[in-house]
Design a protein around this ligand. Structure first.
Ligand code: BGC
Length: 248
């Protein structure tokens, strides 16, 4: 079965058709910059452009950077504040000729892809998939089952602000941190995590997964970890898996 997967991020909206039996992309990736401001209307127009680009008429899986409960965004996260409380699936359907959309938190989607086809394939117990990008996303799995909307990036950090403001890849860029400085911040964050949920294994994903070698020497926490295998495609693949699982 093939499904169109879309991953909405703070900087780019990425998409491809995915073979959900193998986890492979069957088309080139198609990426459009996230509109600024990323209002519901502006993002929905990009989603329509993607649907048209692939000439796609079936269900669509969509990874969204906020807590998602039954298709609704609980927060606006790193998009426009107008997203808070919006029924994301209905908004996209309206712009896309009533196509059915399955919406899932972006880190949960990345986690599904890793657990099924990537670095989490043979892992049981408590596995945590973290995505380090504009925000920090976290997907938590117990024996392969997703515990949705686990928001570790929203814990409070050193200065009382959410920890993703201190440790996300966007903080590295914004504050022009070198990799040693950023690695130390990540280590602080990971040690927090160990205390909170004692994971058996951690998978580091998002844009940073390609750069682990640059800060690995600063990571002193004890939990075994590895880089994501599906890298920047994990959100697209997981979104497609999620839609295929809910296909009617
Ligand atoms: C949001 C998460 C999301 C993460 C990565 C955070 O700001 O709260 O829901 O998974 O960013 O996009």
């Amino acid at each position: 079965m093939q499904v169109l997967g879309i991953d909405i991020g703070g900087t780019g909206i990425k998409s491809a058709i995915v073979d959900v039996e193998t986890g492979h992309l069957v088309t080139e990736r198609f990426r459009i910059d996230t509109p600024k401001p990323a209002t519901p209307k502006a993002v929905a127009e990009v989603i329509k452009e993607i649907k048209d680009h692939f000439n796609w008429t079936d269900d669509i899986g969509c990874a969204f950077p906020s807590v998602i409960v039954e298709g609704k965004a609980k927060y606006s996260a790193n998009l426009d504040p107008a997203w808070k409380g919006q029924q994301v699936d209905d908004i996209f359907s309206e712009y896309c000729d009533d196509t059915h959309f399955e919406i899932i938190n972006d880190a949960d989607a990345a986690g599904l892809a890793e657990m099924k086809f990537g670095a989490g394939r043979h892992k049981s117990g408590v596995v945590l998939v973290l995505t380090l990008g504009t925000g920090i996303g976290s997907g938590l799995f117990y024996d392969g089952t997703l515990i949705p909307n686990f928001e570790l990036g929203r814990m409070f950090g050193k200065d009382g602000d959410v920890i993703e403001k201190y440790a996300a890849d966007s903080a590295r860029k914004r504050e022009e941190l070198d990799y040693d400085e950023w690695g130390e911040r990540l280590d602080f964050f990971f040690k927090h995590i160990e205390r909170i949920c004692s994971p058996d294994f951690i998978i580091i994903g998002g844009g940073a997964s390609k750069k682990i070698h640059k800060f690995r020497h600063k990571l002193t926490f004890k939990t075994p970890y590895t880089a994501s295998e599906k890298l920047n495609n994990a959100g697209i693949i997981g979104a497609a898996i999620s839609a295929s699982e809910h296909h009617k």
